[in-house]
Design a protein around this ligand. Sequence first.
Ligand SMILES: [Cu+2]
Length: 500
Amino acid sequence: MSTGLIIIACLALIVIVIIQIGKVTELAAKIRGEEAVQFESNKRTANFMLLFLIGFLILTIWSAWHYKNWMLGYGPHESASAHGGALDSAFNITLFFTGIVFIITHIALFWFAYKYRGRKDGVADFMPHDTRLEVIWTAIPAVVMCFLVIRGLVAWNEVMADVAEGEDSIEIEATGQQFLWHLRYPGADGKLGTRNFKLIKAGENPLGQDWMDDKNLDDFMPADIVLPVGKKVRVRITAIDVLHNFFLPHFRVKMDAVPGMPTYFVFTPTKTTEEYRQELSKYPEYQQPSDPNDPKSPPLWKAFEYELACAELCGKGHFSMKKIVRIVSEEEYEKWVKEQQSFYLSSIRGKDFDPRKDEVLDIEVRQRKQDFDTAVDKALSASKPEEKIIRLNYVYYKTGSAELDGKSKYELDNLVSVLNKYPNMTIEVSSHTDSDGEDADNMTLSQNRSRSVYSYLTEKGVAAGRLRTRGYGESKPVDTNDTEEGKAKNRRTEFQILTQ
Ligand SMILES: [Cu+2]
C-alpha cells in the first residue's frame, strides 16, 4: 500500500517537473523570439535522429553477428531433425527479404526526418497522388509475399505429412497438463492403448487409459523422452486442461496441445545428443562453465541436453514444463525400452481399482513361462539336490481344500511342457502349509494337494511313473509363521528334479 502511494507521489512530481520545464522554455522563447528557439530545437532533434540511425543500425548488425552462435539455425545449431533444414531455409529467405526492407526503411525513416526538418524558408512539396508510386509499392510486396507464402506452404506440407500405413516408425504420446508433461510409449506391441476422459482419476489413472484394452497393458510412462537416431517418430499430442504447446526447439518441432482435439507432429532425429555436444564443443561460446557460480562445473557443451518445453503460456507454473530429450543409438534405445516398466503392471495390477484383477493376462502368462523356464534351466545345471527344487509360484487351491483353482493351469502347463521336453526327467511334487490348524490336518491337506497336482499332470499325459508326491504339512517352513507374509510364503507347492 505504502509503495503504491510513493509511486503515485513520484509520478505526480515528474508531471510537475515536466510542466515547469515547459513553462521555462516558453518564457525563454518569449525572451529570445519564438521562431529561433523552434528551429534550434528542430536541429537538435534532427541530429539525434541521425545519431540513432547510425547507432541502432550498428547495434542490430553487431548483435546479430555477436550472438549468431547462440541462435537456432546458425553456428552449431543446425537442425537436429530431417525436416528442420527446410524450415530453417524458409526462415532464412524470409529474413533475407525482411532484412533488406528493415535496413532500407530504417535508413529512409531517420534520414528523411533529418533532411526534411523544419527550417527557415523551408517549403514542403505537395503531391496529392502518384499512380506509378502506388503501383510500385503495392506490386513489389505482393510479389515477394506470394513467393514467401507459397514457398512456406510447400515446406509446411512436407513437414506435416503423416506417417504412411505400415511405414517403419515409432508412435509416442505427449499430454500437457498444468504443469507437467505425461509421456507415453506403446510398449512391446508398438501400439498405444485407448483412452477415455471419463476414466481419468488423479493418482490412479492420470491419462484415463482403458485397462480393458490389451494395448494399454504394456504402455509405459517414462520421465524423459528417449528416441533412436534416424527413426521416424510420430508424436500424438493432447492436453488435459488448457492449451499447451509441444516444443522441441532443436528439432524445429512445435505444435499446440489442444484439449479434446489430438494433434500430431512427425519428425526424424538426425543427430544424437552426443553428436550435438561434439558440434557445440567446437565453439568458444560453449567452453564456459555450465553453472556461472561454479567455475568447476562441466562446460556448456558437455552439459547440453535437448529439451521439451511448453511454448504456450499456460499458467503460473508454465516454466516448469521442461523435460529432457535424449537421442541415442538404436541399440541404446532398445536397451532403454527393455528397462522401462509398464505403468499398468507396476502401478495398477492387483490393486483394488484394477478392473482385471481376477484375470490372468496373456502378458503375465508369457512372463511367467519365461521365469519358469529360466528357473528350470538353473535347476538343471545345479549340482546340489536342494538347488533342484522349484517353487510353483502360481498354483492356487481353494482355501482349506485340495481342489485346484482354475488359475493354476498356466503354471502347471508350464511344468507339463518341461516334462515333455525332457522325457527322462522324474520329479517329486511336494506341498506345504502354514502352522494354522492341527498338524495332522495340515499333513493330510498337503498330501492331498500334491495328489491334485499329480492328477492334473497325469491327465495331461505325463506318465505316472515319472511322478512322486509328498505332503510335508507344516514341518518345513521357509519363513516365520508369525506374520501373514511369512505364512503365505510357507503355503506352497514345489517340485524337485530327481533325475533329468
Ligand atoms: Cu504449458
